[in-house]
Ligand binder design. Structure first.
Ligand code: AMP
Length: 281
């Protein structure tokens, strides 16, 4: 496995592999089994696998956890080697953003819902880095986790609307044995919070079960919220049910519903979701 930090080196290696299918896995590092699932899938489906490890300042707000975001590049390189990654791109922020162009990408409507409400500008920052990575790596396929459902919906819409020549592959959420979605931010939980955090997924499960029986979105949300409030010290940021991937108010015409929540703990904000296929209910 090769590791490069500069755009010039990355371009040279991509040029040398341009006749191959290229799978790209964008990450912020501190890799866990969720990331590994993306890497394994990319390994299976492509000749050449590139993973980026970059804690993207553009997607963090002023009061968010950019400075203390967990990092362990040595461990990440070991995990990526074991997953059969061919190339790690691990640039500095200065390498990625050497000058301010003054030109921005604005997500608009899709970023006003769910996480977008408490993280203004977050998804604009995601698309900023994704656009650069697409142009630099020119991947055949790019891999994203369902765990970050709104990010996935926005990337899919962006790719479709602007004709990026890449196929977006959705990878299901990988969970701990007790149901908690794997996340780099789980290390910020205290022991008590970690034990409580299993109730996030339980609440989502209860809400989906309730909806399947009642078809009443408000009641399902109330059930989910009540479960989190009763079983954890975390503060609910949102608990919502929207159509997927447009993230709109639930209507009869939707194919999929997204049950999504975000919960603040002392040092971490955790998100999770369940996607329900309406036709299979
Ligand atoms: P991050 O490093 O948090 O930016 O995540 C990089 C990619 O890994 C994103 O596409 C995430 O959706 C995906 N990912 C993170 N956690 C999980 C998980 N538990 N299961 C599946 N994919 C995940």
């Amino acid at each position: 496995m090769q590791t490069v930090q500069t755009i010039d080196e990355l371009k040279q290696i991509i040029e040398a592999n341009k006749n191959k299918t290229i799978g790209l896995v964008p990450t912020m590092g501190y890799l866990h089994e969720g990331h590994q699932a993306l890497l394994n899938r990319a390994r299976k489906e492509n000749d050449f696998v590139v993973a980026s490890i970059f804690v993207n300042p553009a997607q963090f707000g002023p009061n968010e956890d950019l400075d203390r975001y967990p990092r362990d590049i040595e461990r990440d390189l070991k995990i990526a080697t074991e997953a059969g990654v061919d190339l790690i791109f691990n640039p500095t922020p200065e390498e990625m953003y050497p000058f301010e162009s003054g030109i921005t990408i604005q997500v608009g409507e899709l970023s006003t819902k769910l996480c977008g409400e408490s993280r203004p500008g977050h998804f604009d920052g995601v698309l900023k880095v994704i656009t650069k990575l697409f142009n630099l790596v020119q991947p055949t396929k790019v891999y994203f986790g369902q765990k970050d459902a709104q990010q996935l919906a926005i990337v899919e819409t962006f790719v479709h609307a602007y004709n990026f020549p890449v196929q977006v592959v959705r990878v299901q959420t990988v969970r701990e044995a007790d149901g908690l979605a794997k996340s780099s931010r789980n290390v910020f939980l205290s022991e008590v919070e970690r034990a409580e955090a299993i109730h996030i997924y339980k609440a989502l499960t209860l809400a989906t079960e309730n909806w399947k029986q009642t078809k009443n979105v408000d009641e399902a949300i109330a059930v989910g919220k009540a479960h989190i409030e009763e079983h954890t010290s975390g503060k609910i940021d949102y608990f919502e049910v929207v159509t997927y991937p447009l993230l709109q108010q639930v209507s009869e015409h939707a194919d999929q519903l997204l049950f999504a929540t975000a919960v603040f703990y002392e040092k971490a904000r955790l998100i999770d979701n369940i996607l329900v296929d309406i036709k299979e209910v």
